[in-house]
Design a protein around this ligand. Structure first.
Ligand SMILES: Cc1ncc(COP(=O)(O)O)c(C=O)c1O
Length: 396
């Protein structure tokens, strides 16, 4: 028997979300998630993925994934500490450490898991975490899990960060204090002021944690935001995902040997959840190798990003202050953003609306993510559709 309390909770809340334009419909993608996707039998130019370098459908990654299914099977079998760790996971971590320029790396099942794992392995209720107000949901949840006091600072505001760090230190209430930030903010495309954060961290002895889910593969010729600023020796935790630019699945934390050793004995998703499949580990390793061999994909990504941004700006859209290929078209009201996205999709561009709670209320937007796999012709088609639909809706 279903609980009446549960039913009324679900009915009321789902109806409320629909009424307020906050209910997200999930579209079924038929086939691969490439630069052009098929939804309900219709081909659409895909500007909604995080597959920045087009590696999710790359033949070289597919080849190694197929090969290791034959040599290693389809599953990792057990948690790594219980049944021994596969050579493929160790190779992945070794390659990632080389790529990131750190002593060691630990890999997890997802980027989200990294933040659940790493923050609470180090921080506890006697500590405080200074967290940028626009940090990703997984950072927020990871901080909450740690039970540390969470102190939000204004987005990328170094004066506010410094003031709050000073107050936290002077209060004498905390054993340790961490500052945590996205490297690239995924909904706006702006880059964290890591040099500013490091300066405050050095002044107040803060632990530094950068979630580089959207910076890896994109900034620093692919090696990420920390490398972009040349701060590899100054950031304690470099967290990244293997699901976006790397094109596969999984996440990792890069840092000093003793930090990674600690995470291997104390972080719960590592200790109590099975690692990614052999095919995932091998494909991700291959992707890292490709990025270390050549910057061609990274350069193509930036070329396409700059092209789309210039085109949308010229048409008169508000594309915010993005410093990366992430290109929001900020509409404002949630329902209008959803309506615009719907019309774009009908016309042939898969660009999804992003609304509260992913972004602050009243800043509803359509988020565009050109990738290295898009051709100029695809981007031109997308711009033509943006122009026509934007004019029809009176947005430009
Ligand atoms: C900043 C940030 N951190 C972490 C994650 C989670 O990564 P994953 O999809 O690998 O779980 C995301 C994904 O959206 C993200 O944008």
């Amino acid at each position: 028997m279903t609980s009446k309390a549960l039913q009324s909770f679900l009915d009321e809340n789902i109806a409320d979300l629909k009424e307020r334009g906050l209910y997200n419909e999930i579209d079924p993608v038929e086939g691969a998630n490439g630069p052009v996707i098929t939804i309900n039998g219709k081909k659409l130019i895909n500007l909604s993925s995080n597959n920045y370098l087009g590696l999710a459908t790359d033949d070289r990654l597919k080849k190694v994934a197929k090969e290791v299914v034959d040599t290693h099977g389809v599953g990792a079998g057990a948690v790594r500490t219980i049944n021994g760790t596969l050579d493929l996971h160790l190779e992945l971590e070794k390659k990632l450490a080389e790529f990131k320029g750190t002593e060691a790396v630990i890999s997890y099942q997802s980027g989200f898991n990294c933040n659940m794992a790493a923050i609470s392995a180090v921080m506890d209720k006697h500590d405080a975490i200074l967290s940028d107000e626009l940090n990703h949901a997984s950072i927020i949840d990871g901080c909450r899990l740690s039970k540390a006091r969470i102190i939000r600072f204004n987005h990328s505001d170094m004066d506010d960060l410094r003031q709050k760090a000073k107050e936290a230190v002077e209060s004498g209430n905390y054993n340790k204090i961490m500052v945590i930030t996205d490297g690239v903010f995924s909904m706006d495309g702006d880059v964290a002021d890591l040099p500013g954060i490091v300066k405050v961290a050095e002044e107040f002895d803060l632990i530094t944690y950068v979630d580089d889910a959207h910076g890896s593969g994109v900034l620093g010729k692919g090696a990420g935001t920390v490398k972009h600023f040349g701060l590899q020796d100054k950031i304690d935790f470099q967290m990244g995902t293997l699901s976006k630019a790397i094109g596969v699945i999984g996440g990792y934390v890069a840092g000093k040997e003793n930090l990674i050793d600690w995470l291997k004995v104390r972080s719960r998703p590592f200790l109590f959840s099975t690692a990614v499949t052999p095919a995932d580990a091998a494909a991700a390793t291959k992707a890292i190798e490709l990025l270390m061999e050549s910057t061609a994909l990274n350069e193509k990504l930036w070329e396409n990003g700059d092209y789309l941004k210039a085109g949308l700006k010229k048409l008169g859209f508000d594309i915010g202050d993005s410093e990366t290929p992430i290109t929001p078209c900020i509409i404002g009201e949630e329902k209008a953003a959803q309506e615009f996205s719907k019309k774009l999709i009908e016309a042939g561009v898969y660009a999804k609306s992003i609304v509260f709670p992913t972004v602050p209320r009243g800043t509803g937007r359509v988020r565009n993510m050109p990738t290295a796999a898009h051709t100029k012709a695809m981007l031109d088609d997308a711009l033509a559709i943006y122009e026509k639909t934007g004019k029809e809706m009176g947005l430009i």
